[in-house]
Design a binder for this molecule. Structure first.
Ligand code: C2E
Ligand code: MG
Ligand code: MG
Length: 550
C-alpha cells in the first residue's frame, strides 16, 4: 500500500522554506560578487604571475594573490551551492508531484478520489459534448461488502476492493475515469458514440459478471456482487451544462438504489419515474417522523392459540400506522424504512410501551409477543432498555416473549448470544421467528438457546396447495422436537391447513382462521366478551366454544 504523504502546506512547513530562499539569495549575491571580483582581480594577478615567471619581473602583490585564492574558493562554493540548489529543486518538484498525485488518488486502489473526481468529470463531459458523443456515468456499489468485511476482517476487505478495481479497470475503456468514493462505492465515467445504450450495456454485463467472480484469499473464497446505477448525457439534454456532472451523479445514484431494490447483482438505467419515487419516499420519511411524535403508530394484536386445547394463550403485537396521508399501513412497508433512517429503536420502544400498557389490563395468564429488528440487537444496552420498559409498566417479564428473525443470526453471534442470555436471566422468553426463510444453520440454532421457534407462514399457509410444504413443515417440526424446542405455526388460514398441521405433532398456532390482527380496543372488547361467556356458560359449553376452531 503506498504511503500517505502530507502536502507541505502548513505554516510550520512554509517558514523554513522562506528562510532557505533568503539564504539562497544571499549565497547567489556572494557568488555573483566573487565572479565579478575574480574577473577584476584575476586578470591583473594572473598577468603579474605570468610576467614574474616569464620575464623575472617583480613578484605579485600578496594581498591580491590572497584575494584571488579567496575568489576561487568562493566560486567553487557558489558552484557547489548551485548544483545543490538544482538538485533540491528537482527533488522538491518530484515531492510536490507525488503529494499532488496522492491528494488526488485513493491510496488503497489508486483510483481517483472524491476530490479529484469533480474536475475530471467536468473535463470528460466537456470533451464528450464538443465531439458530439455521449458521457455515460456508472455508480457501482458492492453488495454484501460490509458483511464480508465484518466476517473476514479489513485486510481481506482491502484485497476485495483492490481486486474489484483491477476487474473494473480491465473492462472499462482505457480513457475512462474510475474513482472510489470511499467504502465500497465506485464511480466510472466513459465517452461512447451515440446512441450509447447498447455499447454501454455490453460493458455493464461484463462488469457485473467480472465483479461477481469469486475472489480467493488466504483461507477463504469471497463473493461480492455489484449493483450499478447508470445515467447518460443523452438522457439529460435539458440540464444546463454546468450542472450536468451533478445531475448525472444524482441520477446514477437513484438508479443504483433501484438496482439494489430489484435484487442486486445487476445494473439499472435511470428513469424519470425514479425521481417521483424519491419525492414520495422523502414525504413518507417526513410523515413517519411526525407520525411517531403524534402517536400515529399503534399496536394491533393477533391471537396465539394452543392448538390442543383451543385456548387463547397470548397475543403477538403487530405494528400499524394510521397515516393521515397514506391510510392504514402495514409494517412490511414502514419497518425497513424506520431501520434505514435510524428510527427503528424509538418506534419499537414506543410500540412496546403501549403494548405493555394494553396487556397489563388483560388476563395475567396471557402472554405478549413483540417483534424486534436485527438493528436493535446491535445495541449492547438493548436488554436493559426492555427491562426498563417492563419496570415502568410494572409488567411481569415472564409474560413477555421477544421474537427475533433469522437475519439476526448474521449479526455478531456472540452479541446476540449474550443479549438472549441477559433477557432470559430477567425471565423474558426469546423466540426465533419466521424459521425456514433465512439460512439459520443447525449449529447456530444449537448455539443460541431459543425458548421457541415459529415456522414461517409461507410454509404453513401452503400446506395444502404446495406439494413441498408438508415435507418442510415436517422437517422443521422434527428438528425442533429433537432439540426439545416448542413450536408455533403461523399462517393457519383454514380448517384444512389446521388438520394437516396436526399430523406433524403438537403446536401452538396463529393465523387468519382465528382472526385478523385487531386494535387494542377491539382486543380488549373481545377478551371481556370471552370472559363474560366463560363466566356465564357451564364448563362443558366453554370447552365446546374453545374447540370450535380446534
Ligand atoms: P411476523 O412477525 O411473522 O408476523 C406475522 C405476519 O403474518 C403479520 O403480518 C400477520 O398479519 C400476518 N398473518 C397472520 N396470520 C396470517 C395468515 O393466516 N395468513 C397470512 N398470509 N398472513 C398472516 P404483518 O402484521 O403485516 O407483519 C409483518 C411483519 O412485520 C411481521 O412478521 C414482523 O416481522 C414485522 N413486524 C410487525 N410489527 C413489528 C414491530 O413492531 N417491530 C418490528 N421490528 N417488526 C414488526
Ligand atoms: Mg413475529
Ligand atoms: Mg413470523
Amino acid at each position: 500500500m503506498p504511503q500517505q504523504h502530507r502536502a507541505p502546506t502548513s505554516t510550520a512547513n512554509r517558514e523554513p522554506h522562506r528562510q532557505r530562499a533568503e539564504r539562497d539569495i544571499i549565497a547567489l549575491g556572494i557568488v555573483v560578487a566573487a565572479i565579478l571580483m575574480f574577473v577584476g582581480t584575476g586578470s591583473t594577478v594572473l598577468t603579474t604571475i605570468a610576467r614574474s615567471y616569464l620575464f623575472g619581473e617583480a613578484g605579485t602583490d600578496r594581498l591580491l594573490s590572497n584575494a584571488l585564492v579567496l575568489n576561487i574558493a568562493l566560486v567553487i562554493f557558489g558552484w557547489r551551492r548551485y548544483a545543490e540548489l538544482t538538485r533540491e529543486i528537482a527533488e522538491r518538484r518530484h515531492a510536490e508531484i507525488a503529494s499532488q498525485r496522492l491528494a488526488e488518488t485513493d491510496a488503497l486502489t489508486g483510483c481517483l478520489n472524491r476530490r479529484s473526481l469533480d474536475p475530471a468529470l467536468d473535463t470528460l463531459i466537456e470533451t464528450a459534448q464538443k465531439s458530439g458523443r455521449v458521457a455515460v456515468l456508472l455508480m457501482i456499489d458492492l453488495d454484501g461488502f460490509k458483511r464480508s468485511n465484518d466476517a473476514h476482517g479489513h485486510q481481506i476487505g482491502d484485497i476485495v476492493l483492490c481486486q474489484t478495481t483491477d476487474r473494473i479497470r480491465a473492462i472499462m475503456p482505457d480513457d475512462a475515469l474510475i474513482a472510489r468514493l470511499g467504502g465500497d462505492e465506485f464511480i466510472c465515467a466513459m465517452i461512447l458514440d451515440a446512441p450509447a445504450r447498447s455499447a454501454a450495456e455490453t460493458i455493464l454485463l461484463r462488469l457485473n459478471l467480472a465483479i461477481a467472480a469469486p475472489i480467493e484469499s488466504a483461507d477463504s473464497m469471497i463473493i461480492v456482487t455489484a449493483s450499478i446505477g447508470v445515467s447518460s448525457s443523452e438522457q439529460a439534454s435539458v440540464v444546463p451544462i454546468f450542472r450536468l456532472a451533478q445531475d448525472l451523479l444524482h441520477r446514477a445514484d437513484l438508479a443504483m438504489y433501484e438496482a439494489k431494490k430489484n435484487g442486486r447483482n445487476r445494473f439499472c438505467w435511470f428513469e424519470d419515474a425514479m425521481e417521483q419515487k424519491l419525492r414520495l419516499r422523502r414525504q413518507f420519511e417526513t410523515d413517519m417522523r411526525d407520525g411517531i411524535m403524534r402517536g400515529e403508530f399503534v399496536p394491533y394484536y393477533e391471537k396465539q392459540i394452543d392448538l390442543e386445547t383451543g385456548e387463547v394463550i397470548g397475543f403477538e403485537m403487530l405494528a400499524r400506522w394510521h397515516s393521515p396521508r397514506f391510510g392504514l399501513i402495514n409494517p412490511e412497508q414502514f419497518i425497513s424504512v424506520a431501520e434505514e433512517i435510524g428510527l427503528i429503536a424509538q418506534l419499537s420502544e414506543s410500540l412496546i410501551a403501549q403494548a405493555l400498557a394494553d396487556a397489563g389490563d388483560w388476563n395475567p395468564k396471557l402472554s405478549l409477543s413483540v417483534n424486534i429488528s436485527p438493528i436493535q440487537l446491535r445495541d449492547p444496552l438493548f436488554a436493559q432498555r426492555i427491562l426498563k420498559l417492563l419496570v415502568q409498566a410494572n409488567f411481569p417479564p415472564s409474560r413477555l416473549e421477544i421474537e427475533i428473525t433469522e437475519s439476526c443470526l448474521h449479526e455478531n453471534i456472540e452479541i446476540v448470544r449474550s443479549l438472549i442470555a441477559s433477557l432470559q436471566n430477567q425471565g423474558v422468553r426469546v423466540c426465533l421467528d419466521d424459521f425456514g426463510t433465512g439460512y439459520a444453520s443447525l449449529a447456530q440454532l444449537r448455539a443460541l438457546p431459543f425458548d421457541r421457534i415459529k415456522i414461517d407462514r409461507s410454509f404453513v399457509s401452503t400446506l395444502i396447495s404446495n406439494s413441498e410444504s408438508p415435507a418442510i413443515v415436517e422437517a422443521i417440526s422434527s428438528l425442533a422436537r429433537s432439540m426439545d424446542m416448542p413450536i408455533t405455526a403461523e399462517g393457519i388460514e383454514s380448517p384444512e391447513v389446521l388438520a394437516q398441521l396436526r399430523k406433524f405433532g403438537k403446536f401452538n398456532g396463529q393465523g387468519y382462521l382465528y382472526g385478523q390482527p385487531r386494535s387494542a380496543d377491539d382486543t380488549r372488547r373481545e377478551l371481556s366478551m370471552q370472559q363474560l361467556d366463560e363466566n356465564d356458560a357451564p364448563a362443558h359449553q366453554t370447552q365446546n366454544l374453545k374447540s370450535a376452531t380446534t
